[in-house]
Design a protein around this ligand. Structure first.
Ligand code: PMP
Length: 288
């Protein structure tokens, strides 16, 4: 595998970062997960815009401009002869000393991995996931806005561990007020009496790119959509529930906390959104 690392393409065995890199020492950095479908980088501009805003929020200067980032991502895919891939683009604060001070890190580290990802076993895309709500909360906006896609995932990792201890593959995370925020690496939607609802950024949801695609699809299908403040009750008593994410794509949820959602099977709206996503994803985006 060929990795882009700080302006060079290197073999994965040589793709190494310093032990003094603050991305490693402190989780100081930002990232994107991006999909390549049939040679097209799905909504690449939206991903790069989110990356730029995440970096701006933490006062991190990305060493490449937008056009150079597009080229670097595309070239990483080409060099690995990929037409379908999951791409990880990471910008860290770079190497510094052992203190926190980001101003002592003169050169950010930027790397791009083009590989594959499989978040949930394929059968769950057909029969749906049974998930649980976990005790670990989404970090509140006063600590770190959920819109910043940073390298700090420890609370999501705790949530993922708690889900696993409960025998589930994914977790619903609540915000500090107890409202539904999102899952550990996916956004959550419900369908209630024909309406499609999802928590907004103010509730602690990342502004997911797949979330945006699902909202566009909902509008095209003529299904009413709005952002909403949701409780666990709203999920338990929803007609349908599904998750969206670059890794996960669109996946149905059929049970939460031991309660069947709807009739316990993926619902018709979920199926239509998932099918529309699969159909249009390869047609959208930047050709490599
Ligand atoms: N929430 C979190 C916490 C995430 O890490 C992600 C990305 N995997 C998402 C939601 C989904 O966002 P996207 O559709 O942009 O991948």
């Amino acid at each position: 595998m060929v990795i882009y690392l700080d302006g060079k393409f290197v073999d994965e065995s040589e793709a190494k970062v310093s032990v003094f890199d603050h991305g490693l020492l402190y989780g100081d950095g930002v990232f994107e997960g991006i999909r390549l479908y049939s040679g097209n980088l799905f909504r690449l501009d939206e991903h790069l815009e989110r990356l730029e805003y995440s970096a701006k929020a933490i006062l991190l200067k990305i060493p490449l401009d937008r056009a150079a980032l597009v080229q670097a991502v595309a070239e990483t895919c080409r060099r690995n002869r990929l037409t379908d891939a999951y791409i990880r683009l990471v910008v860290t604060r770079g190497p510094g000393d052992l203190g926190l001070a980001p101003w002592l890190c003169p050169k950010p580290t930027l790397f791009i991995i083009a590989s594959r990802i499989s978040l949930y076993p394929p059968e769950h895309y057909e029969k749906g996931l049974a998930i649980v709500t976990v005790p670990t909360r989404r970090i509140g906006p006063a600590a770190l806005p959920s819109t910043v896609k940073s390298l700090n995932y420890l609370n999501n990792i705790l949530a993922k561990l708690e889900a696993r201890q409960a025998g589930a593959l994914e977790a619903i995370m609540l915000n500090e007020q107890g409202y539904v925020a999102e899952c550990t690496a996916d956004n959550v939607f419900i369908v209630r009496k024909g309406e499609i609802l999802t928590p907004g950024a103010a509730q602690g949801a990342l502004q997911g790119i797949t979330r945006g695609a699902a909202i566009d699809i909902a509008r095209e299908l003529g299904a009413p959509f709005r952002e909403a403040i949701l409780t666990r009750y709203d999920l338990w008593c929803a007609d349908e529930c599904f998750l969206t994410g670059t890794g996960a794509e669109v996946i149905p949820v059929v049970a939460l906390d031991g309660r069947e959602i709807g009739d316990g099977r993926p619902g018709p709206v979920t199926r239509r959104v998932a099918e529309a996503f699969r159909r249009r994803a390869p047609l959208e985006g930047v050709r490599i």
